[in-house]
Design a protein around this ligand. Structure first.
Ligand code: SF4
Length: 676
C-alpha cells in the first residue's frame, strides 16, 4: 500500500488489527490483503482509472476485502458509500452482520440503510381497509412496533396476500396520507437519504440510473460505489422491458376507464371532456395497432414469433406504433396533472384521504397502462444507434378463441453505452468484485459488455486453494461424442465408477432429457439417487447430507442452475461430473440479434459470445468441488471436445489450476487423498 497517504494506510492497518477483536483468530489472507490494497487505491483516487475490477475466488474473504477499504476511505473522506449486491438476502447479511461487525472491530462510526423497491414495504393505509385477520394482526404489530413494515420481516405465522397491501407509487397519495409520517416505505426512503452507507441491489441501482440518476440513491458523482457479484451487472442493466400485449392493453384500458368513471361519479366528480377525449385517442390508436398487426404479412404464417432482421421494424407498423406512443404520452401527462390536483385537494382537507386514494388508484392504473405503452414502445420505435448493435425487436403472438393476441417487444442487446454514460463517466470511484468475472482467463468480455473500456483497471487474485494438491481435473477418453446416443450411458458408467460410500457426487447436465435418461439408468441406486426438481432443493440437499453423514452412497443429478449457489464442502462433494460442455446456441432474440450483428461486422459470434459464456458456466460448475482448504476431489469433464478442439485449451485456461489428466481412461486416474 505504498501509494496511499500515510494516514489512510494507518487507518486501514488499524482497522484490520481491530477486526481481530471481533473475529477470534482473524488473519487476513494474502489475497484479501491484495484486494484491500487494490480497492483502497481505486476508491481513494490514487489510480488513473476511476473503476477497479477484482476477481476474487472462493475463500478469499471478498466482503471484507472490499468492505474494509471502502468504509475506511468513505468515512475518512466523509463521502457517502453505496454497496450494491445481487439479492435482498445478501443486502440483509451485509446490513445485519458484516457492517455491524466492521463498525465494532474498527471503531469507525457510520450510519447504514437498506434501499429496496417500494413494493417490499407494506402500505398501512391499504392495510387499514383490509378485513383479513392476518392483515389486521400485521397492522397491529406495526402499530406496536413489533413489525418493521417490510415484506422480509413479516412474521412467519402470518400468511397475507402481499400484493394487496404492498406500497406502490401508482396509488400512493404521499403527503396527503394520514400515515405519511410513519409509512415504512417513506421512512426507508428518508433513511436512505441520510445514511453514510446505503446497501442496495443491482435492480434498484439500475432503476435509479434509468430514472435519474439520483432519485433514490446518491448521484454517482457524489458517492463511492462498490458492486459485489458484479458479473451479473451487464445483464441486469440491459433495457429488457417485457413489452406489452396490445389486445390486453385495450381490454385493461376499457376496464380502468369504466372504474374511473364510476369512482368519480360516486364521489360526485364528473369525468371531464378532456379525460374522455384523451382516453378515446389512446383507445383508437391501440385499435389501429391491433388491426395493423393482424394485417401484417408474417414471413412464416405458422410462426408465433417474428424477430425483425437487424431490429428494423416494418414501416407501416412503425408509423402506427408511433401514433400510439404520442397518444399514450399525452394521456399519461394529462392524468398526472389530474392526480396532482387531487392530491392537493386531499392535502388541503377538501377531500377525504381514503377517497383520494381510491380515485388516485384508478387514475394510477390508467396512467400505468399509458406509461407502460410509452416505455415498452420507446425502444421499439427508437432509431438504431450509430455504433454498436441495434436493439432486438420482435412480436410474439398466440391465438385465443380464434383471435390473435400480440405482444410487441424490444430489448437492448448491450447495456455498455448506458452504463458508460450514466455510471462510469460520472462515478467518483467504483470497485467491482466477483468470484467469476473473467472468461478464458481474460476480463475482455466483461469489460466490453459493461462499457468499461478506457475506464478500468483489472486484477485477478491468485487462488486461495492449492488446486494442484487438492484436486484433479480429468477429461477421460470417451468412446462416445457428446451428441452420440450412447453418451449419457457412458456418463452413468463414469458416475458408478466414482461412487464411494460417504463421498458425495454431483453431476451437471446441459439438457433435461439427458438428466432424465441418466435417472432411468441409475434408478437401482434407490435413495442414493437425488434428482433436481423431483424434490425441493433444500430437501434434496438435506437428504444428500444425511446420506453422506451416515456413510452411504449419494449422487445428485442436476442441471446447469445447480452450478451456482450450491455449497457442498468437504465430503458432501468429492466428485463433480460435467456431462457436456455447457454451450448454449443463441435462441433468445437478444442473442440472435447480437450474433447477427457480429457476423455483419465480420466478427465471430462463437468466439466472442458462445465461448466466453461457456467459460464462465464451466468455471461455476468446476467451482463446486473445492470449497475449503481441506477439500480434495476430482472434476470429470465427460466431453471429448475439451481435448480434440482448439478452443478446449482456451477453456482450460479459464479454470482453476488443477492437476490435469487428459485423454486417459478414468480407471488409471488417481484422486488426491483418495486412491482409485
Ligand atoms: S404514504 Fe403512500 S405508501 Fe405510505 S401508507 Fe400512505 S398511501 Fe400507503
Amino acid at each position: 500500500m505504498d501509494y496511499l497517504d500515510e494516514g489512510m494506510k494507518r487507518r486501514i492497518k488499524d482497522g484490520l488489527a481491530g477486526m481481530k477483536t471481533v473475529i477470534p483468530g482473524f488473519c487476513p489472507r494474502r489475497q484479501q490483503l491484495q484486494m484491500i490494497a487494490e480497492v483502497s487505491r481505486v476508491l481513494a483516487g490514487d489510480t488513473d482509472e476511476r473503476v477497479g475490477v477484482v476477481e476474487a475466488g472462493t475463500g478469499s474473504g471478498k466482503s471484507f476485502g472490499y468492505g474494509l477499504p471502502a468504509v475506511a476511505v468513505a468515512t475518512a473522506r466523509q463521502q457517502r458509500l453505496v454497496i450494491s449486491v445481487s439479492t435482498i438476502s445478501l443486502q440483509e447479511q451485509l446490513l445485519q452482520r458484516d457492517l455491524p461487525m466492521l463498525a465494532q472491530g474498527t471503531g469507525w462510526s457510520f450510519t447504514t440503510a437498506i434501499a429496496k423497491g417500494r413494493s417490499r414495504y407494506g402500505c398501512p393505509l391499504k392495510m387499514g381497509k383490509a378485513s383479513a385477520p392476518a392483515v389486521r394482526a400485521l397492522l397491529a404489530a406495526f402499530r406496536e412496533r413489533t413489525w418493521a413494515g417490510d415484506k422480509e420481516s413479516v412474521p412467519g405465522h402470518l400468511s397475507v396476500d402481499w400484493a394487496g397491501i404492498a406500497a406502490s407509487s401508482q396509488d400512493c397519495i404521499g403527503r396527503a396520507c394520514p400515515w405519511y409520517a410513519e409509512c415504512p416505505a417513506e421512512q426507508a426512503r428518508a433513511a436512505v437519504r441520510q445514511a453514510d452507507i446505503v446497501v442496495t441491489n443491482h435492480d434498484l441501482l439500475v432503476a435509479d440510473l434509468r430514472a435519474g440518476p439520483g432519485v433514490l440513491l446518491p448521484e454517482p458523482e457524489k458517492c463511492l460505489l462498490v458492486v459485489d457479484e458484479a458479473h451479473g451487472l451487464p445483464e441486469k442493466a440491459r433495457n429488457t422491458r417485457e413489452g406489452f400485449g396490445v389486445e390486453y392493453a385495450q381490454g385493461a384500458l376499457r376496464r380502468s376507464a369504466k372504474r374511473l368513471s364510476t369512482a368519480l361519479r360516486r364521489w360526485r366528480f364528473l369525468l371531464g371532456f378532456a379525460e374522455w377525449w384523451r382516453l378515446g385517442q389512446t383507445a383508437r390508436a391501440l385499435g389501429a395497432l391491433s388491426r395493423c398487426l393482424v394485417r401484417l404479412p408474417w414471413p412464416d404464417p405458422t410462426a408465433s414469433r417474428w424477430l425483425f432482421d437487424a431490429g428494423v421494424v416494418p414501416r407501416e407498423l412503425l408509423a402506427t406504433a408511433r401514433t400510439l406512443v404520442t397518444a399514450s404520452g399525452r394521456l399519461a401527462e394529462h392524468l398526472q396533472e389530474r392526480r396532482l390536483a387531487l392530491l392537493q385537494d386531499a392535502r388541503d382537507g377538501r377531500l377525504d384521504p381514503l377517497v383520494a386514494q381510491e380515485v388516485n388508484a384508478v387514475i394510477g392504473e390508467i396512467g400505468g397502462i399509458a406509461t407502460q405503452i410509452g416505455n415498452a414502445l420507446a425502444l421499439f420505435c427508437a432509431r438504431n444507434p450509430g455504433t454498436g448493435p441495434p436493439p432486438a425487436r420482435w412480436i410474439d403472438r398466440r391465438e385465443e378463441h380464434g383471435q390473435w393476441r400480440h405482444r410487441l417487444r424490444a430489448a437492448e442487446v448491450s447495456a455498455a453505452a448506458f452504463l458508460e454514460e450514466m455510471l462510469w463517466r460520472r462515478t467518483a470511484g467504483a470497485a467491482l468484485a466477483s468470484a467469476t468475472i473473467t472468461s478464458m482467463g481474460t476480463f475482455d468480455r466483461f469489460v466490453e459488455t459493461c462499457g468499461l473500456r478506457g475506464h478500468v483497471r483489472t486484477l485477478r487474485l491468485p487462488p486461495v486453494f492449492d488446486y494442484q494438491r487438492q484436486g484433479v481435473l480429468c477429461v477421460p477418453s470417451m468412446a462416445h461424442a457428446p451428441d452420440a446416443p450412447g453418451h449419457t450411458a457412458e456418463v452413468c458408467a463414469l458416475i458408478r465408477a466414482r461412487l464411494r460410500p460417504g463421498e458425495g457426487l454431483l453431476t451437471l447436465f446441459t439438457s433435461r432429457q439427458a438428466m432424465n435418461q441418466a435417472e432411468d439408468l441409475l434408478r437401482d441406486l434407490g435413495p442414493a439417487l437425488l434428482v433436481q426438481d423431483r424434490l425441493p432443493k433444500s430437501e434434496l440437499l438435506r437428504r444428500h447430507a444425511e446420506n453422506i453423514q451416515d456413510g452411504r452412497l449419494s449422487v445428485i443429478l442436476g442441471m446447469q442452475s445447480m452450478s451456482e449457489g450450491v455449497d457442498l464442502p468437504g465430503k458432501l462433494c468429492a466428485t463433480v461430473v460435467i456431462a457436456k460442455l455447457p454451450f448454449s446456441v443463441p435462441t433468445h432474440p437478444v442473442e440472435i440479434t447480437e450474433a447477427t450483428w457480429l457476423r455483419q461486422q465480420g466478427r465471430d459470434p462463437f468466439r466472442e459470445m458462445t465461448l466466453p459464456a461457456t467459460s464462465v458456466k464451466l468455471m461455476q460448475a468446476v467451482g463446486r468441488l473445492i470449497r475449503k482448504e481441506t477439500d480434495t476431489g476430482m472434476v470429470i469433464i465427460a466431453d471429448n471436445r475439451m481435448t480434440t478442439r482448439r478452443y478446449g485449451q482456451s477453456l482450460l485456461q479459464g479454470l482453476p489450476p488443477f492437476r490435469l489428466d487428459l485423454g486417459r481412461p478414468l480407471a488409471q486416474i488417481q484422486t488426491p487423498g483418495n486412491p482409485p
